[in-house]
Design a protein around this ligand. Sequence first.
Ligand code: SF4
Length: 70
Amino acid sequence: MWRVRVDGGCIGSGSCAGVAPGHFALGADNRSHPLAPEVAPHEAVLDAVASCPVEAITVVDAATGEVVEP
Ligand code: SF4
């Protein structure tokens, strides 16, 4: 499993939710939030990481803690 985190640098561009609507959504605070804290590895999550203009999304391996992206 992957652990997905959006940090405080999110500027609410919405790119991640557009690229991976099954994994991210903008909240009332106009920041992105992962829909689930842990997800099965999925290409769309990596696409979302790549789409973020401020590199606010981090994906780590839930078992090892190793950084998957970026
Ligand atoms: S792409 Fe990055 S800046 Fe834009 S909403 Fe997602 S986490 Fe926030």
